[in-house]
Design a protein around this ligand. Sequence first.
Ligand SMILES: Cc1cc2nc3c(=O)[nH]c(=O)nc-3n(C[C@H](O)[C@H](O)[C@H](O)COP(=O)(O)O)c2cc1C
Length: 170
Amino acid sequence: MKKEILIVAASDGNNLKLANTLLDVSKDYDANFEVLKLSDFNLPIYTSSEEKNGTPKDAIALTDKFMKADGFIVIAPEYNGSVPPILINSISWISRSGNDNWRDAFNSKPVVLATHSGGGGQHVLMAMQEQFSFIGCTIIGRKLHTHYQKQLNFDSAKATIEQLVRLAKA
Ligand SMILES: Cc1cc2nc3c(=O)[nH]c(=O)nc-3n(C[C@H](O)[C@H](O)[C@H](O)COP(=O)(O)O)c2cc1C
């Protein structure tokens, strides 16, 4: 069975472009890669109201995608020195989607962290490292970062994706 890797884009501008560039790079590797745009999922802001209002069907669909993946590339812009709200909101919904085994969406799965940000993106990378390791992912040490004056380093991208595919378990 082929390994399934989700390339998660947390914004629709340069970060989505970076996701599609990494999808091109990934064609050289023996795994199925898919770009997932978080904005395609219609999720209200998470406010602990699921017992009263129910869980949105898009939260269940998003959780299912994460459950089925064997590894991730998560690409998010830096917002105010941290992660964008859509990423936190998505993780919150996944953790409360009604499935008691929600940790299976993340546990022991390798993740590459990447960003296109206004500056170096070091703060969002650190914030994602903290969060994804807390929810059980294995973080790949090498990060991918681009900004308006810095293009993607393709050698770095290839080495990182190779490591991700090696660590992912189908
Ligand atoms: C609300 C907001 C906050 C931002 N804060 C930061 C920041 O703290 N550090 C930074 O380097 N860039 C910051 N930026 C710039 C974005 O990281 C940058 O424009 C990025 O390319 C946006 O992603 P996108 O092109 O995929 O939409 C901020 C942008 C917005 C809209």
